[in-house]
Structures are given as structure tokens and as C-alpha cells.
Design a protein around this ligand. Structure first.
Ligand code: NAP
Length: 334
């Protein structure tokens, strides 16, 4: 069957998307970005991958977040993204902001994991081949490696930018002191960290509590949130049980043990509040993050275009009354 050509929506930039600057940089990011961690690999049909990615772009989501090992299986989210580039997105390359990462296990042996120059350089070359790209917009060190001198990891990032294979670099999940050293090292070499990526949501405030959020803002880095919906917990997905086909039903990265009675009660209370605001729980969870202008973007995952559509509605109400914020604190921290 001959596929019809892809014509993106002409209204993609007039359809409600808000773009926000990433730290002290020239880069604007959509408030909602799309991550390809779980539902874009070889276990998904390619037509579904296309449908979700095209829908996202049609709605102004120009930032796609990948990593070498996203799938599942490892590498296959990037492979599918490469097919998407060839079939749909190539004419729009300059409208897209594409990130990838290396830092977790990717291939066997001593050179397929962590933070050595050897691994980062080889992994980015592999990612570019899979994604059929000459360069990525952003390359991340996916995690801090306590066994590799931090200078080695950071210098590899600097050299990657200088080689033209990435326009910017970023850090993901670095502990506070390593992040502090990294921001200084990179700035001193005129390759400042564009984005710090960490998990942050209504149920997990770790980057704020550790101080790494304030540190990255003070350093001029943007801050981009992953798992803003706690992998689906902060949605209506589990309020009535564990649906077949959901991430929790698969039990790989989201285990059913987290859905204890106390958590369910919290989620029900948050869901009530969201309804009073005229939002779904997912929308409110994203609005709550995005109300803080220091957050550059939230990277959502999705298994349907309907979920993406729901999440985009979060941008329609980013204001919270003091009373609503107090109720949220009581429900999530009390
Ligand atoms: N740097 C890192 O170490 C790191 C780690 C993790 C993730 N990330 C990045 O962050 C991205 C997002 O992470 P995440 O997938 O955990 O994000 P998330 O947005 O917290 O969770 C996504 C899941 O929530 C459910 N969902 C989303 N919207 C929904 C809605 N409106 N209503 C009901 N359910 C909804 C879907 O679950 P179902 O699939 O069950 O439908 C979806 O797959 C990843 O793709 C990746 O790019 C980075």
C-alpha cells in the first residue's frame, strides 16, 4: 500500500501551544514535550508510533525526547524515530528539537554503560545512525557515573558539541554536588548545560528537596521534568483498578505495590480537586508543575493520541488559588 504523504497541520503553531525559554539560552521549548521511553519501540505497531508522533507535531509539540535504550527493545524507539524522519519529518527537521542520551546499559561488555568518553562517543554515533540524523539538538549524560572521573564525562560532552554532532548538551539525574561541578566545568568551556532533566511531580519532589532544582536555575540551565504524571499514577488510569494494557499491568517500570490504600486515597482527593478546577487529574498534575515558570517543559509519555490531547489541555489553566495549593500540599504531604 502506498502511504499518503504527511502534511502537518498548518495551524500547528496557532493551536494553543506555549513556548518557554530553556534557562538562559536562545532555545524555546513547548511546555509539553513528548518522551519515547515506553510506547514507541518494536513492541508497538509502527502505525501507532506514527499516529502519536504526527499528532504531537500537529499540535505544536516540537520537542521529542529519546535515549539510546528506549523501546522496548533497546534502540528500537530511535529506530522507529528514524523511520518517522524518513517518512514524515525530514522536511521539518529545522522545526524539531530532538534529544537523546547515553548513560544506562546499552550493549554488553565494558564499553556499553555509564559515563566513559568511549561509551558516550560510540553511543551517540549509533543513535544518529538509528535516527537517520546528522546531529541531535541535545545530547544528555543520562546519569552520573561515580566510577568515572567527572571531567572525562563532561569533556566528552564538550567535544561532542564541538564536533557538531549535538548543538547543546544536558545532564540527567545528577546528584547535587556533581551537578554543581558539572555546571561550572561546562560553563567555563563555553558549552553551558542547556537542560537539567529530573523526575518531579506531585508525589515526588526530590529535585526541589535536594536543592538541585534551585541550583540548575541559578546556573542558568533550563529544568525539564520527566515522569510528570508519575508514569500514569497521577491520572484517572488507576482510580478504578489496573486496566489491561496499562503500564502498571505490565509491571516493568511501574509496580502495582505503589498503589496502596494511602496512595489511592491521595489520588482520589487530587482527582476531586481537579474536577472542581474543571480539569482531569492528569491536566491538574501538569498545570501544577507548569505554573512555575522556571520549569522549561514537562516530558509526557503517552499510549494514545487521546492522552496527548488531554495533557495539552493542562496549558489552559496554569493558575492555582492559595487555597488549592494548600489543599494539594495537605493531600500529597499530609
Ligand atoms: N532521564 C531519565 O532518566 C528519564 C527517566 C524516565 C523517563 N524519562 C523521559 O520522560 C518521558 C516521560 O516519562 P513517563 O512516560 O514516565 O511520563 P508520564 O507522563 O509520567 O507517564 C506516562 C504514562 O502515563 C499514562 N498517561 C499519560 N497521559 C495520560 C492521561 N491523560 N490519562 C491517563 N493516563 C495517561 C500513560 O500510561 P499507559 O501507557 O498505561 O497508558 C503513559 O504511558 C519518557 O518518555 C522519557 O523521555 C527520562
Amino acid at each position: 500500500m502506498i502511504e499518503p504523504p504527511y502534511n502537518p497541520s498548518p495551524s500547528r503553531y496557532d493551536d494553543g501551544m506555549i513556548y518557554r525559554r530553556a534557562g538562559r539560552s536562545g532555545v524555546l521549548l513547548p511546555l509539553v514535550s513528548l518522551g519515547l521511553w515506553q510506547n514507541f519501540g518494536s513492541r508497538q505497531s509502527f502505525s501507532k508510533v506514527c499516529e502519536m508522533a504526527r499528532y504531537a507535531f500537529d499540535r505544536g509539540i516540537v520537542h521529542f525526547d529519546l535515549a539510546n535504550n528506549y523501546g522496548p527493545e533497546y534502540g528500537t524507539a530511535e529506530e522507529n524515530f528514524g523511520r518517522l524522519m524518513e517518512r514524515s519529518f525530514r522536511p521539518y527537521r529545522d522545526e524539531l528539537f530532538i534529544s537523546t542520551k547515553a548513560g544506562y546499559d546499552m550493549w554488553p561488555g565494558p564499553y556499553g554503560n555509564w559515563g566513559s568518553r568511549k561509551y558516550l562517543m560510540a553511543s551517540l554515533d549509533q543513535s544518529l545512525r538509528r535516527m537517520k540524523l546528522d546531529y541531535v539538538d541535545l545530547f544528555y549524560s543520562h546519569r552520573y557515573d561515580p566510577e568515572t572521573p567527572l571531567e572525562e564525562t563532561l569533556q566528552a560532552l564538550v567535544d561532542i558539541v564541538r564536533s557538531g554532532r549535538a548543538l547543546y548538551i544536558g545532564l540527567s539525574r545528577y546528584p547535587l554536588e556533581a551537578a554543581r561541578f558539572a555546571f561550572d566545568y561546562l560553563a567555563a568551556r563555553d558549552v553551558p548545560c542547556l537542560l537539567f532533566q529530573d523526575r518531579y511531580n506531585l508525589l515526588d519532589r526530590a529535585p526541589v528537596e535536594s536543592g538541585v532544582f534551585d541550583l540548575s536555575v541559578a546556573a542558568g540551565s533550563g529544568f525539564i521534568v520527566f515522569s510528570p504524571l508519575a508514569q500514569g499514577l497521577l491520572t484517572n488510569r488507576y482510580l478504578g483498578g489496573i486496566p489491561a494494557g496499562s503500564r502498571m499491568s505490565e509491571g516493568r517500570t511501574l509496580r502495582s505495590e505503589v498503589l496502596d490504600e494511602a496512595t489511592l486515597n491521595r489520588l482520589r482527593g487530587l482527582d476531586d480537586l481537579a474536577r472542581q478546577r474543571g480539569q482531569t487529574l492528569a491536566e491538574m498534575a501538569l498545570s501544577w508543575l507548569l505554573r512555575d515558570e522556571r520549569i522549561s517543559s514537562v516530558i509526557i509519555g503517552a499510549s494514545s493520541t487521546a492522552q496527548i490531547a488531554d495533557n495539552l489541555r493542562a496549558m489552559e489553566n496554569l493558575n492555582f488559588s492559595d487555597d488549592e495549593l494548600a489543599r494539594i500540599e495537605h493531600l500529597t504531604r499530609g
